[in-house]
Design a binder for this molecule. Structure first.
Ligand code: 13P
Length: 252
């Protein structure tokens, strides 16, 4: 059965001592929260992964990376492989974030390769999809998302598909303070789940958590998470403050 998930994507923020303070504060806040019904994931930048995996050993959260190479290993300066992440006890990895699609020209094909490498190392991919404002205004958002899902992840077997998480992050809502309404988000989440039903089965679709991301905060999280197909959130800005992040965790 699909799990409720709240994942914090720190993006390229915090110096080392700030990251240390943040993870300690998250640990303190989490100590007072019942997390039976929700999986908490913290996704720091690569250099802080060890700090965060160490902290996770005596706390109730999982660790995610923000990216992975689409190659196995070799002469790819600056890249980090799935086997390296696995050796660091990373449980999840974000792939296909719109910022990577935009600034690093990642394609659906690259994303599919990354997902394969993560699955081979038992790391759960969190695959991001989402449309731009222009695509929504032109009424193309369903087609855009269908293509991202079909080309990025639908090559997987049913068994592997069930191990994945999908995050719907409308680009126009990321870092803008302009959240999708719960109805807008639910509509896309139901659309994605239905794509999984059509490609695989209802049973598979019921195993895949679909998260919402884009200006999700302590004020709007409860409303969003109350919707039938919204299984949690991928949180950017609000994950950089322990109190706000944990408040979102408590929204379930
Ligand atoms: P914000 O929560 O800052 O809008 O970012 C969302 C996001 O991109 C998470 O991956």
């Amino acid at each position: 059965m699909r799990r409720n998930i709240v994942a914090g994507n720190w993006k390229m923020n915090k110096n080392f001592s700030e990251a240390d303070d943040l993870i300690c504060a998250i640990q303190d806040e989490l100590a007072n929260v019942d997390v039976c019904d929700v999986d908490v994931i913290v996704c720091p930048p690569y250099p802080y992964l060890e700090l965060v995996t160490d902290a996770s050993e005596d706390s109730d959260f999982y660790v995610g990376a923000q990216n992975v190479a689409h190659f196995d290993d070799g002469a790819y300066t600056g890249e980090v492989s799935a086997s390296m992440l696995s050796a660091m006890d990373v449980d999840y990895c974000i792939v296909g974030h719109s910022e990577r699609r935009k600034y690093f020209h990642e394609t659906n094909k690259d994303i599919a390769e990354k997902i394969n490498r993560l699955i081979a190392r038992d790391i759960t991919p969190i695959m991001c999809v989402g449309e731009s404002l222009e695509e929504r205004e032109n009424g193309n958002h369903f087609d855009v998302i269908r293509k991202q899902v079909e080309e990025g992840i639908f090559h997987l077997s049913a068994e592997d598909m069930q191990r994945c998480v999908i995050a719907y992050e409308p680009i126009w809502a990321i870092g803008t303070g302009k959240t999708a309404s719960k109805e807008q988000a639910q509509e896309i989440h139901a659309f994605i789940r239905n794509l999984i039903v059509e490609k695989y089965s209802d049973d598979v679709a019921q195993e895949v958590s679909i998260l919402y991301g884009g200006s999700c905060n302590p004020k709007n999280a409860k409303d969003l998470f109350s919707m039938q197909d919204i299984d949690g959130g991928l949180i950017g800005g609000a994950s950089l403050k322990a109190e706000d992040f944990i408040q979102i965790v408590k929204s379930f």
